[in-house]
Design a protein around this ligand. Structure first.
Ligand code: PLP
Length: 458
């Protein structure tokens, strides 16, 4: 079979090592706005911004031109020796967006590296303070922080961890607050009113069990993203967690790789909860997906410690940290976030998207739950009204997405497993430049895919 670019049949696919070698994928030649176009002429509405990264849509010449211009000026500058104007400007813009005393920005090539850097920085912070034994990171089941060994060790994605169990660092995990499937059988309103949080108490117990003198950091996604399907936390959860971290001198790392840069209707999702973390990690949306860019925003107290109780050095770095071309893409993206009032568009369309999705919930009994904020929603699929998950071998979320792709839309399917619960979900997270008409089209295509699923389940 010839599989090519359509220009004479170069067998490109034979040379690509995909993460799933059993599949073939449609070839995309270009994109414009919220749409991607295949070489066969097929159009896909990008209902999940790729991997929740293409926040500003596709084919934006302003970002492409900024990258080209920077590549011409200085494509590579080693940040161990030099800086560039774009590096300064982007760090300033991100530092100013971040809450409170989070000011210093460190760049990486994506989210995994960002979390790896945050894990190492938390260790170095305590080493510099003369507490080298404070090095255990606590993460949460159902969370994903990346695929490098440190970030995978901090994450609680059982399927991704399993093949590498022998390699993983001895980090510990607690339950994520997934109130719909609360592992403690509590009601969210009960936790809020009584200020009695079983999941926070579990974290405190674990800190005490390990010993506060051994625990360096607690890492959490503000919304449990790819594993649980865009689940926002209960309102006061992070305030309780922040208090606990303060009590035991544990750094709070908030992973905004998926939620940062307007995705949830705030610059960073943690803003919804009035909490100042010690480190925010970011990726994906920072460049609108135009370049492989990520990083962390660091609290002044950590920077002061590196300067006062050490030689001012963070013993860590990458060849491509602060790469001028990737950073230029980030800077052009920041300009567009501002000039196109992206945050306003997200807030303006949040209700419309939710209403459309909620109508689908009312129409299809197996759409069990719709949750989320901004333009970041999860649809949970269940086999009955009690939320009983479908058997995993039915591949419900994958099948739904495959049908949607056939019809001309793409979403982000997932299946999370924890505390005896294993369910299917679809993340809906279109580019933040989407219009009301395009939201309607997204809902209509999803409706058709759900109808097909409903028929196949009869
Ligand atoms: N953290 C979160 C919350 C993510 O969703 C992801 C990717 O999906 C990562 C980290 C890893 O980022 P990357 O794939 O850019 O390494």
């Amino acid at each position: 079979m010839k599989l090519g670019w359509g220009d004479g049949g170069v067998q490109v696919k034979d040379y690509v090592f995909h993460r799933d070698l059993t599949k073939t994928y449609p070839i995309i030649t270009h994109g414009k706005g919220v749409y991607l176009y295949g070489e066969d002429g097929k159009r896909y509405l990008d209902g999940c911004s790729g991997a929740v990264a293409a926040n500003l849509g596709h084919g934006d010449k302003r970002i492409a031109e900024a990258m080209a211009l920077q590549a011409e000026k200085a494509a590579f500058v080693h940040t161990m020796r030099f800086e560039t104007p774009v590096l300064h400007k982007l760090a300033e813009k991100i530092g100013k967006l971040a809450p409170g005393s989070l000011n210093r920005v460190y760049f990486t090539c994506g989210g995994s590296e960002a979390n790896e850097s945050a894990i190492k920085l938390s260790r170095q912070y305590f080493r510099n303070r003369g507490e080298p034994e404070k090095q255990v990171v606590i993460g949460r089941w159902l969370s994903y922080h990346g695929n490098t060994i440190g970030s995978l060790s901090a994450g609680g994605d059982i399927k991704r961890r399993q093949p590498y169990n022998g390699y993983l660092l001895p980090f510990q995990h607690v339950s994520a607050p997934h109130c719909l499937h609360c592992p403690f059988n509590r009601e969210e309103s009960d936790c809020e009113t009584k200020k009695d949080w079983s999941c926070v108490a579990e974290l405190e117990r674990l800190i005490l069990e390990i010993g506060p003198s051994q625990v360096s950091a607690f890492i959490a996604e503000p919304f449990t993203g790819s594993q649980a399907g865009a689940v926002p936390p209960p309102k006061s959860y992070f305030r309780e967690v922040r208090a606990l971290c303060d009590r035991y001198d544990v750094l709070l790392i908030i992973d905004e790789v998926m939620t940062g840069f307007c995705r949830t209707g705030a610059h960073f999702a943690i803003e919804h909860y009035g909490v100042e973390p010690d480190i925010i990690t970011f990726g994906k949306g920072v460049s609108g997906g135009y370049s492989a860019l990520g990083g962390m925003i660091v609290h002044d107290k950590i920077i002061d410690t590196l300067l006062q109780y050490g030689d001012g050095k963070f013993v860590h770095g990458y060849t491509y940290s602060g790469h001028p071309v990737t950073v230029a893409a980030g800077l052009a993206a920041m300009d567009i976030y501002e000039s196109e009032h992206i945050l306003r568009n997200v807030k303006g369309l949040e209700g419309h998207l939710f209403e459309g999705l909620d109508n689908l919930r009312k129409k299809y009994p197996f759409v069990y739950d719709i949750r989320g904020k901004g333009l970041f929603f999860g649809i949970e699929l269940a086999s009955n009204q009690d939320g009983q998950p479908f058997p995993p071998d039915l591949r419900i979320a994958e099948r739904l997405n495959e049908k949607a792709m056939e019809l001309g839309a793409v979403f982000y399917p997932g299946n999370g497993t924890v505390n005896g619960y294993a369910g299917d979900h679809l993340i809906i997270a279109p580019p933040l430049i989407i219009s009301e008409r395009e939201v309607d089209e997204l809902i209509s295509l999803l409706d058709d895919a759900l109808k097909d699923l409903a028929d196949s389940l009869k």
